[in-house]
Design a binder for this molecule. Structure first.
Ligand code: NDP
Ligand code: MG
Length: 372
């Protein structure tokens, strides 16, 4: 039987690659809904090609060939077997919760959902017996390695190190938007690419891993691995380490997540060859140059509203950087200032999370008002 799937964010980097995966597995999937933000042309092209019943875009008047439903309505539709949440930013959180409440499995690319509300989302998923299968390549790797979570002693998350890995602090300070967007290994949306340049992306992933695998922060280690072949690893209590390897491509984690627990040849192309790639390097992150990682660990450890504040300040600062208003290093200085001034709150509701998110964003934007 075909698996019924909806893709939130089908016009983005993950969404487009998900449709490439689905195209290779036409007998396995039926698309229920596709959604865009502003890229209405691509959405309408996708509708013509994949014939979803429902669709959404910010300008609903321009959607052609499918009935318009909001993200929330799509996620309430129990026709869906699985929903791929591939929108970027906080917009992913509410629909994910709605889908979980309706017992629909989630393939989760949107890491902000867990950074903002992991304490709500994961217990709810357990209560509703909903699978949350990670799409993020590191978490997908860990998911593939784990047999019994109780036997796992440590998660080892790899980081490519981004475009500034071996550049000086000065180079990084003066980096242009173009340089920050020139990721050596992955082609992704702009926001996550800038996060990869500051290593905030790895920080968000540490928090994501803490929630997904219910693992203490002391047991989550980040290691820099420039070749991006080892996508992450786990260490069992007996000292055995299992890693997942492959050429850097999001097709594999996307396919894994949406076909789980089955595996198919699907979009498989060139595979990693041990003899062709003669060496794999690993090194400790430079904690001084990449302060974002340190900040994310400490925000994660504090928990409650602190990661919400960190995430919101970071997102606004990244947008300001992309608009040429601030320098790359100002992103992390801004996040630190916002977090230092934040009064933590604990056991917060979803509404409170959105309030803190909005408040932090407004304050962060105020900081940039007088910039160029
Ligand atoms: P993109 O920016 O490429 O795509 C984002 C998608 O979300 C687009 O379809 C966009 O629509 C849609 N969108 C954005 N804002 C809204 C909104 N307000 N309402 C409705 N739709 C909206 O991002 P990525 O695909 O790179 O990343 C998506 C998520 O996956 C992020 O959370 C990211 O952290 C995570 N991720 C991405 C990876 C990657 O390789 N790209 C790897 C691991 C995780 P439109 O373009 O039409 O405006
Ligand atoms: Mg990742």
């Amino acid at each position: 039987m075909k698996r019924k799937i909806s893709i939130l964010g089908s016009t983005g980097s993950i969404g487009r690659q998900a449709l490439e995966v689905i195209e290779k597995l036409p007998d396995k999937f039926e698309i229920i809904a596709l959604t865009a933000g502003n890229n209405i042309e691509l959405l309408n092209e996708q509708i013509r090609k994949f014939h979803p019943k429902y669709a959404f875009a910010n300008d609903i008047t321009k959607v052609e060939g499918a009935k318009v439903l909001s993200l929330e309505e799509i996620c309430s539709n129990t026709e869906n077997d699985i929903i791929l949440v591939a929108v970027s930013g906080r917009v992913g959180l509410k629909p994910t919760i709605t889908a979980i409440n309706n017992g629909i499995d989630i393939a989760l690319a949107n890491k902000e959902t867990l950074v903002m509300a992991g304490d709500i989302v994961m217990p709810l998923a357990r209560e509703k017996k909903v699978n949350i299968i990670p799409v993020d390549s590191e978490h997908c790797a860990i998911h593939q390695c784990i047999k019994n979570i109780n036997d796992v002693d440590k998660l080892i998350i790899t980081a490519s190190g981004g475009p500034f890995l071996h550049k000086t602090v000065e180079d990084m300070k003066n980096a242009t938007v173009e340089q920050a967007l020139a990721h050596p290994k992955w082609h992704m949306g702009k926001k996550i690419t800038v996060d990869s340049a500051t290593l905030m992306n790895k920080g968000l992933e540490v928090i994501e891993a803490h929630h997904l695998f219910n693992m203490d922060y002391d047991k989550i280690q980040v290691v820099v691995h420039p070749q991006s072949i080892v996508h992450s690893a786990i260490e069992y209590v007996d000292g055995s380490i299992i890693a997942q390897l492959g050429l850097p491509s999001m097709h594999i984690p996307i396919q894994y997540a949406i076909t789980y627990p089955e595996r198919f040849e699907g979009i498989k192309s060139k595979t990693f060859s041990f003899s062709e790639i003669a060496r794999l390097d690993f090194e400790e992150p430079d904690w001084e140059k990449f302060k974002a990682l340190k900040i994310a660990y400490s925000c994660g450890r504090l928990g409650g509203s602190v990661p919400v504040c960190m995430n919101a300040a970071n997102e606004e600062a990244v947008f300001a950087f992309l608009q040429g208003k601030i320098r790359l290093f100002d992103i992390i200085n801004t996040v630190k200032a916002m977090v230092d001034n934040h009064k933590p709150a604990f056991n917060i509701s979803l509404d409170e999370i959105f309030e803190i998110d909005e408040e932090t964003r407004a304050k962060t934007r105020e900081l940039f008002l007088n910039q160029v």
